[in-house]
Design a protein around this ligand. Structure first.
Ligand code: ADP
Ligand code: TRP
Length: 321
């Protein structure tokens, strides 16, 4: 199974991203042929500060490597390092009916949020189709908001194959239905756009302060507490096996411990869980040359697959060469 996905370089990742997406992706490394890239060209549609785009791209790479992306198992690169994707983007544009893009929710949502419409924002799904089709991916793990983009990819690929024979593999989107939503410090879905996140790589002091801000009810120290309505418990659960979850639930139900205790416990859980990842992150942040080398090597491997494919596509549409 060839699985491909892109992770936007949009700043620090949080516990919701980790337990909702990254962890599943790391598991796929063990079973699938995984292609993972940082879509910096897509990010350019909304991120117009050059320094931030550049820093975020390297930071996304160092974060993913620190969390366990293994460049020996996974082809890992930055989108803009394989230029053939842009050629395919143009060719596919000629096979993309306007109506298909006009119906895209992603575009409409971004405009509704006040982002100025530009052509790249509108044709975003075509570049995404090129990302997927250039590497003949079968499976594309994405969040729910991206399913329509994979459907657009399928439509474009089917239309192209009808005209030119079986050039493209028709991909399928994969979404994790059973993954629970990770709550933020206010109890709503943890999300960058709600400002309620707990980021993975905070300093110990920042982590303690963030966890201190988690909203809890006003039961006193002595009173029994309901673990299943408590945001602190919901987060702690993510780090515990079944037995440890039950033990913690009993401590809540027994009373005699305040929310402060449980918050201190949660802080220890998060801090210890990411200890080795944090060390790696510190290492990569100090050795950015190594990150650049890994990404260059990844782009080289990706291009080895992209080059014969783009050649086949050029020939099928009649591009002279
Ligand atoms: P954000 O809402 O912070 O902008 P993204 O939309 O960039 O996060 O999400 C990236 C990935 O992380 C997606 O696959 C998404 O489903 C997952 N994810 C984000 N927040 C959560 C959450 N609170 N719980 C579970 N998964 C999440
Ligand atoms: N659009 C995706 C997102 O915002 C990122 C992305 C770009 C992607 N190209 C892709 C995901 C190809 C999967 C496959 O999350």
């Amino acid at each position: 199974m060839r699985t491909l996905t892109g992770i936007q370089p949009s700043g620090a990742l949080h516990l919701g991203n980790y337990f909702g997406a990254i962890k599943q992706m790391l598991d796929l490394q063990q079973t699938d042929e995984l292609f993972l890239f940082i879509p910096n060209l897509h990010a350019l549609t909304t991120l117009k500060n050059p320094q931030i785009l550049k820093t975020n791209t390297i930071d996304a790479a160092s974060t993913l490597l620190s969390l366990g992306v293994d460049p020996n198992k996974t082809i890992f690169w930055v989108q803009s390092d394989v230029k053939e994707v842009l050629e395919l983007y143009w060719i596919l544009s000629a096979y993309t009916p306007m109506g298909l893009l006009e119906r895209a929710h992603g575009y409409k949502d971004k405009i509704a949020k006040g982002i100025l419409p530009n052509h790249a924002l509108f044709s975003y799904p075509v570049l995404m189709a090129a990302d997927i089709l250039l590497y003949s991916a079968n499976m594309v793990p994405v969040g729910k908001d991206q399913i329509q983009h994979v459907e657009i990819t399928r439509d474009i690929a089917i239309k192209f194959n009808n005209d030119h024979g079986d050039i493209f593999t028709i991909p399928e989107a994969k979404t994790e239905e059973e993954i629970a939503l990770v709550p933020g410090i206010d109890g709503a879905k943890m999300s960058k756009s709600y400002g309620n996140t707990i980021d993975i790589f905070l300093s110990e002091k920042e982590l303690k302060a963030k966890i201190g801000k988690i909203v809890t009810d006003s039961t006193s120290v002595e009173e029994p507490k309901d673990p299943y309505t408590c945001n602190v418990f919901a987060l702690a659960k993510l780090f515990l096996d079944k037995n440890a979850q039950e033990e913690l639930a009993k401590r809540y139900q027994k009373g005699g411990e305040g929310h402060g205790h449980f918050k201190a416990y949660l802080k220890e859980l998060v801090w210890d869980y990411f200890a080795s990842h944090r060390e790696k992150k510190d290492y990569y942040d100090k050795h950015q040359d190594e990150i650049i080398d890994i990404l260059r090597e990844g782009a080289y491997k990706a291009r080895e697959i992209a080059l014969p494919m783009i050649d086949k596509i050029r020939q099928s549409v009649g591009i002279y060469r």
